[in-house]
Structure formats: C-alpha cells, structure tokens
Design a protein around this ligand. Sequence first.
Ligand SMILES: Cc1cc2nc3c(=O)[nH]c(=O)nc-3n(C[C@H](O)[C@H](O)[C@H](O)COP(=O)(O)O)c2cc1C
Length: 359
Amino acid sequence: MDTALFEERKRDHIRHALDPSNQASGLSRLDSVRLHHDALPELDFDEVTLAGTCLGSPVKAPLFVAGMTAGHRDASHLNRSLARACAARGWAMGVGSQRRELQGELIDDWKELRKEVPSLVLFANLGLAQVRTASNEQIGRVIDSIGAQALCIHLNVLQECMQPEGTPQFRGGLARIVELSRSLHVPVVLKETGCGFSRRTLERISDFPIGAIDVSGLGGTHWGRIEGARAATTITGESERKVDALRARAARVFADWGVSTVDSVLSASQILPERVEIWATGGVRSGLDAAKLIALGAHSVGFAKPALEAALMGEKSLHEWMESQEFELKTALFCSGHSSPQQLRERGVAQGSDVWTIE
Ligand SMILES: Cc1cc2nc3c(=O)[nH]c(=O)nc-3n(C[C@H](O)[C@H](O)[C@H](O)COP(=O)(O)O)c2cc1C
C-alpha cells in the first residue's frame, strides 16, 4: 500500500467532509417526519432515561459516533478526544477504516488508546473490498487490537466508482459476509457510508447472521461528492495525482444518489428480523432527528460529520455538543409521552401513524 497516498487521502476526506457542498443536506427526509405532541405525558422529565444496550453491551444513550478517523497518524488526537468523550457519556463509538491495521500498522496506537477507555463500546471497521481478500486471522487481529465489541463492514460502491484510485470490486462479497459472520467471535454490522439501503438489498441480507445494519442513508456526508471534489483537484505533494476529469464530471451527475436515511430505516424495520438491530446514520443533525429515527425503528442513532466538527473545536465543545443531542432526544421523548427510547421505538413500530407522520 502507498502510505503517503493513504495519509493524504484521509486528510482530504476530513477537509472535504467539512465543506457544506459535500453534504446532501435536505435529502434525508427527516424534515418531513413529525412526532406527535403529547400535552399530557403523565411523566416527570427526570423519569425519562436514555440508558439501554447496544448489541448486548450497556450504554447510557442510544447514540454513537460513527466510524471516521482511523488509519492516519494525524487522526490519533481526534480519536482520543472522541473516545474519551464517548466513554465518559456512555455513547458507543465506531472507528474509521482499519485497512492499514490489516498489515499490522498502527496497532500499538490503538492498544494505548484502549487502555485509557476500557469501558467504551467500540466497533472495528473494514471495507468489503478488504474483507473479501483478508484472512479471518488478520481480521480477528484488527478487532482484538482495539478490543472491539463488533466489526463494521463498510459498503461504499459509489465512493469506489468516483475515487480516482478506487477499488470497485464487490463480487463474492455476499458469501464472504455470511462466512465471516459465522466465524468471528464478535457480531458483524453491515454499514453503508451515506447512500443507504434499498428494499432489494435489505431483502437479500434479511437472513444473514449479522448483528446489526447501519443504514447510513442519503442526507448527510456524501462520498460521491467528496471523491468528485478530490478528482477535480491535483495533488502535488509526495503522492502526485492528476485531475480525473471523467470522475469529477460523473460525481456531479451522481451528487444526489442514494436512498434517504428515513426510507432506509422504514424499509429495514419492515424487512429485517427483530434479531438484527437497526442503526441509523446519514444526515442526523440533532437529538430530535435521533428521536424521529428511533420512532421509525432504529435501535441506535449515530453522527459522523457533526461529531468531527465538535471534536475539532476541542473537548469542551465536544461535551457540550453531546449534551445537546441527549437533551434534545430526552425532550422529544418527554413531549411525545415516552419514558425511554425503547418505548418510543416499540410504539412507533407497532402503531406507526399514531406516533409519527410523514408529510
Ligand atoms: C471524515 C469522515 C470519514 C469517514 N470514514 C469512514 C470510514 O473510514 N469507514 C466508514 O465505514 N465510514 C466512514 N465515514 C462515514 C460515516 O461513518 C457515516 O456513515 C456517514 O458520514 C454519514 O453520517 P453523517 O452524515 O453524520 O456524516 C466517514 C465519515 C466522515 C465524515
């Protein structure tokens, strides 16, 4: 692997993810969902609790920071801040792609970090492109290096097409996911990266022995746009790269490609069996957004870009931002007459339009 190119790409990703033009804002359909107000909740605000479990591990909130920043050296301080804050507040956390760790790199950094946050519920992360060719032993070592509770396998077909140095090879992926899910000692989570899951894809994975899916739907960070922005610029540093006009043009055509986060969660809650947890990321920008997705069927809700922004402003800002998401989620539960996310989810799934409406 070209380490300079890899580090450069990871830095580019963070820079472009923070650019508002690479956000598919307004396409999550979260703005069209409304939770019904309950003027007589027969509850005190203090009775509302966010605590529950995530794949069997206790958490203090059904919220997580989605995988972003593994794999390059500059990111280790960001990972530390995110990990410390998630451990303190009882959120779960995913790390970004651990592709380099498959070759044994950066493993010691992770071991150090894990020592600082032994109680953190943490998810490892590899792309399907890597999982297809890596051995079970290599993957097991990546998971164990961070003491992960689950392995997220990310699916990123559009990104691989638009990435100048992409690897759009997915043949054999379905069988490999099933085989790996059966042999690993932790559950597998299938995760998109901002383009969501259609009904057809969900039907194909509905009997897979996986622990959860993270729908990562359209409406937030969009990897077609980000790779398009990379393709449109030249890199003159160590890993020189020319403008890729073909991909830059195509990325504009595919700028709104994907299934919205709302549609992905609704389909997942209709199609997947109850044993598979539904996690929702993709354009979640408030605790109220999280409550809406829980009402539609999500067990846990995650944030990537907003958590990155908050972490870049320092640990105090990160804590304040996390506190806001919790307070907004609690307020949505209280004002809709629910004492816990579990109760909102159960009522929302069983009674649908008694609890929410989609305009
Ligand atoms: C800077 C950045 C890096 C990311 N890297 C990864 C990654 O390595 N692996 C992965 O599965 N998802 C990655 N993601 C996708 C997120 O986990 C998430 O699914 C997606 O960004 C949608 O959430 P958002 O709209 O809140 O950003 C990354 C997101 C960001 C913002």
